[in-house]
Ligand binder design. Structure first.
Ligand SMILES: *[C@@H]1O[C@H](CO)[C@@H](O)[C@H](O)[C@H]1NC(C)=O
Ligand SMILES: *[C@@H]1O[C@H](CO)[C@@H](O)[C@H](O)[C@H]1NC(C)=O
Ligand SMILES: *[C@@H]1O[C@H](CO)[C@@H](O)[C@H](O)[C@H]1NC(C)=O
Ligand SMILES: *[C@@H]1O[C@H](CO)[C@@H](O)[C@H](O)[C@H]1NC(C)=O
Ligand SMILES: *[C@@H]1O[C@H](CO)[C@@H](O)[C@H](O)[C@H]1NC(C)=O
Ligand SMILES: *[C@@H]1O[C@H](CO)[C@@H](O)[C@H](O)[C@H]1NC(C)=O
Ligand SMILES: *[C@@H]1O[C@H](CO)[C@@H](O)[C@H](O)[C@H]1NC(C)=O
Ligand SMILES: [Cu+2]
Length: 248
C-alpha cells in the first residue's frame, strides 16, 4: 500500500502554496529556486516509486495528423506486470531536420484542449515540485521531474524512434499526483519548441469510477515558438494568472 506520506506528497494539492510569486518559469514550469539538497531535489522530496498500480490498465497518447509537423506515432503506458511502475512504449516517426534535434518528449501536467494548443499543457508533470534545473541526472531518476521521460530515459536522436522501458515513478492509479492518464505527451525540438502533443486516453482496462475522461483535441495549432528554451522572467501578475491557469 502507499504510505500516507507518499499519498500526501503525490496528491499535488500542496503545489498551490509552494510556488513563490516571481518564480522563473521554463515551459510554464517553475525552476527549482531553493537550495539543491543532494539526493532530494524536489521540494517535496524525491519522487516515490509507485506500487500497486492497477494491473491490465493502459493509456495511449496518439499524435494527431496535422499539416504543421510530420511527427506521428504514439506513447503507450501500461501498468508494469508486477504493479510497480509503468511500462512505456514509444513509437515515433517523421522528425524534421536533425539540426533541430535532439528531440525531447515529456509528460505535461495538463491535457491538450480541444483546439490542440500544446502550450496550454503547461509544464512537465512535476508533483514533487522539482523544477527544470539542474537538468535531470538519469543515474538518479528519483530526483528528476516525474514527467521528464527524455531526461530519465534518453533524447530522440534518430528520425524513427522506438523505445520500451519501465518508468518506476509515473502511475496508472487515479488519485496520485504521478497519475498520467489525464495528462498529455509533448514532443519538442532541442530548444523546447513544442512540435506536437496528444492526450493520454484509456486504451485497456478500467480507470475506475472516480473520474471523467479528458477531451479529445482535434490537431495541434502550428508549432509555437514561445522562447520556452530560454529562461523567462515573468511579472508577478503573469505568475498569478499562470498559477490560476496551472491549478484549475
Ligand atoms: C517490478 O519490476 C521492475 C522492473 O520491471 C523492477 O524494477 C521492480 O523492482 C519490481 N518490483 C518488485 C516489487 O518486484
Ligand atoms: C495557447 O495556450 C496558451 C497558454 O494557455 C495561451 O497563452 C495561448 O494564447 C494559446 N494560444 C492560442 C493560439 O490559443
Ligand atoms: C489528474 O488526476 C490527478 C490524480 O487524480 C489529479 O491530482 C490531477 O489534478 C488531475 N489533473 C488534471 C489535469 O485533471
Ligand atoms: C538531450 O538534449 C538536450 C537538449 O539538446 C541536451 O541539453 C542534453 O544534454 C541531451 N542529453 C543527452 C543525454 O544527450
Ligand atoms: C467506486 O465503485 C465502488 C463499487 O461500486 C464503490 O464501492 C466505490 O465507493 C466507488 N468509488 C467512488 C470514488 O465513487
Ligand atoms: C464528472 O463530470 C460531471 C458532469 O460534468 C461532474 O458533475 C462530476 O463532478 C465529474 N466528476 C469528477 C470526478 O470530476
Ligand atoms: C527554436 O528553434 C526554432 C526553429 O529553428 C526557432 O524558430 C525558434 O526561434 C527557436 N527558439 C528559441 C527560444 O531559441
Ligand atoms: Cu515538454
Amino acid at each position: 500500500m502507499h504510505s500516507a506520506i507518499a499519498l500526501a506528497a503525490l496528491s499535488g494539492l500542496a503545489l498551490v502554496n509552494a510556488q513563490a510569486p516571481g518564480a522563473i518559469l521554463i515551459e510554464g514550469s517553475p525552476i527549482y529556486d531553493g537550495p539543491v539538497i543532494p539526493g532530494i531535489t524536489g521540494k517535496l522530496g524525491n519522487a516515490a516509486i509507485t506500487t500497486n498500480n492497477p494491473l491490465g490498465v493502459s493509456y495511449s497518447a496518439t499524435l494527431p495528423d496535422s499539416p504543421t509537423t510530420g511527427v506521428r506515432g504514439f506513447v503507450k503506458a501500461t501498468t508494469n506486470s508486477n504493479g510497480t511502475g509503468v511500462a512505456i512504449q514509444v513509437s515515433l516517426t517523421g522528425f524534421p531536420d536533425a539540426s533541430l534535434g535532439p528531440f525531447l518528449y515529456h509528460i505535461h501536467d495538463q491535457p491538450v484542449p480541444a483546439d490542440g494548443n500544446c502550450t496550454a499543457t503547461l509544464g512537465h508533470l512535476d508533483p514533487f515540485i522539482r523544477g527544470e534545473i539542474p537538468p535531470c541526472d538519469p543515474t538518479q531518476p528519483e530526483t528528476c521531474q516525474v514527467g521528464d521521460l527524455t531526461g530519465k530515459h534518453g533524447n530522440i536522436t534518430v528520425s524513427v524512434f522506438n523505445a520500451a522501458y519501465v518508468d518506476l515513478y509515473v502511475s496508472t492509479e487515479f488519485g496520485l499526483g504521478s497519475f498520467l492518464g489525464n495528462r498529455s505527451i509533448n514532443i519538442h525540438t532541442s530548444n523546447t519548441t513544442r512540435l506536437t502533443c496528444a492526450n493520454f486516453v484509456l486504451s485497456s482496462g478500467s480507470r475506475g469510477n472516480t473520474t471523467n475522461s479528458t477531451t479529445s483535441p482535434t490537431s495541434p495549432t502550428p508549432a509555437v515558438f514561445t522562447g520556452a528554451g530560454t529562461t523567462t522572467f515573468v511579472s508577478m501578475g503573469a505568475i498569478a494568472a499562470g498559477l490560476v491557469a496551472f491549478f484549475l
